[in-house]
Design a protein around this ligand. Structure first.
Ligand code: MLT
Length: 408
């Protein structure tokens, strides 16, 4: 009989967001009259920017002609999109990143999991706690962890707690690790890293020959102009970091699918025989073997993000969601809740009211206010006692959700 990947059997429960969807579905079936407002999963709600839609429509029309038809594209992405990304997202911010170091893909979630394909099994891995669950679960699936303990933490992983006491910034580990997952602006806490904090991580990684996997999916939400958007704004990061970026949250591509991963040339890991191997070459090999690229139409849509109209429309979208975040922060504070984040990120992180744990508060909000959020404990043991609300929704829904929570 065929054998299954036993690592999957180590996974604690369902993936967080499907588990929330399951509970909400059950509640809504039992209470069909309840008008549920979803501030749980960080999924965008506002229409795609016009510049992107116009570019995609033109691409569809081109596909209807013999001259403009596109079959398989380059697995790494079309050169014109890679050039635009390198120029606008990196070189314009002083980062020494070239187009060939940009790999266009269909999502940061996929890339942050798939990257394990090119990394060895013996790496000592550090994650923050709480953390975006994909980093942990993909390591479990790939057999890079031991079993979970009663608190849900997996053997073999180094957990770096982030909480109100340390300003939601993980301390540099005292033990040596080889692989470090960082996400700034942070999902789920909404915290952001200062330049000095990122410098400390880059210094650590260079001193220990470690690799930083830097998830910058929410960089566009940074409001403070002094804060870095990319790990490559830090000197030396080319030697120790891979960065993930996405069009999902800035340009509303969650359902359209386009993202990118930056793997600098010259960034190396070690083979079992001690030989130094370039990660770019391995990722290029991986992508050209297992991936056929993002559709031409979608890449044309992503390219339009960098046009002057696209830039203005994306800015307006971000401004809209950040105004939602400000409303959530203001109303929850007025309701007496302790709130964090939501100033440089589309997530507001709050302490659950006394007497309620994370899932208890989830049930309370769903049952009494018909508002869905995300329990902090779903992001890790140290998220217990916290709760996440997403700013991705219409203004009317955010205002109504806050009115209901205040009434509670
Ligand atoms: C979240 O709610 O944390 C997001 O949906 C994560 C993601 O983009 O996968």
């Amino acid at each position: 009989m065929v054998q299954v990947n036993g690592n999957y059997l180590k996974l604690k429960a369902g993936y967080l967001f499907p588990e929330i969807a399951r509970r909400v579905k059950a509640f809504s079936e039992a209470n069909p009259e309840a008008a549920i407002i979803r501030l749980g999963i960080g999924d965008v709600t506002e229409p795609l920017p016009e510049a992107c839609r116009t570019a995609m429509k033109a691409a569809i029309d081109a596909m209807g002609t013999r001259e403009g038809f596109h079959g398989y594209g380059p697995e790494q992405g079309y050169p014109w999109l890679r050039e635009a990304i390198a120029a606008h997202d990196f070189q314009a911010r002083g980062c020494d990143i070239s187009a060939e170091e940009i790999f266009v893909s269909d999502g940061s979630k996929c890339d942050s999991s798939n990257i394990l394909d090119i990394l060895g099994e013996g790496n000592r891995i550090a994650v923050t706690d709480p953390v975006y669950p994909v980093y942990v679960d993909s390591n479990v699936m790939a057999g890079r962890t031991g079993e979970a303990d009663a608190s849900g933490q997996y053997g073999g992983l180094t957990y770096l707690p982030i909480n109100a006491e340390n300003g939601f910034t993980a301390q540099i580990p005292t033990e040596p690790v080889d692989l470090i997952y960082l996400c700034f602006p942070n999902n789920p806490t909404g915290a952001v890293a200062s330049r000095a904090q990122l410098e400390a991580w880059v210094d650590y990684a260079r001193a220990h020959d470690a690799l930083i996997l830097f998830d910058a999916a929410y960089e566009a939400f940074i409001q403070d102009p002094s804060l870095p958007h990319s790990i490559y704004e830090i000197e030396g990061a080319r030697e120790c970091a891979i960065e993930f970026r996405s069009f999902s949250k800035n340009a509303g591509f969650t359902g359209t699918r386009c993202a990118l991963t930056v793997v600098p040339r010259g960034l190396k890991g070690t083979a079992a025989n001690g030989e130094k191997v370039e990660l770019w070459a391995l990722w290029n090999r991986r992508q050209s073997t297992k991936f056929n690229g993002v559709s031409y139409i979608v890449q044309r849509g992503a390219e339009a993000v960098y046009s002057p109209e696209g830039q203005a429309q994306v800015k307006a979208l971000i401004g809209f969601y950040m105004e939602n975040a400000a409303i959530i922060r203001r109303e929850l504070s007025a309701a007496g809740l302790q709130v964090y984040g939501g100033e440089q990120a589309p997530y507001v992180w709050l302490r659950t009211p006394q007497g309620l744990d994370s899932w208890g508060f989830f049930d309370h909000l769903l049952g009494r206010a018909h508002v869905v959020g995300t329990p902090g404990s779903g992001f890790g043991a140290a998220g217990e006692g916290y709760f996440r609300l997403s700013a991705f929704n219409s203004r009317a829904n955010v205002e109504e959700a806050m009115r209901r929570i205040r009434a509670l």
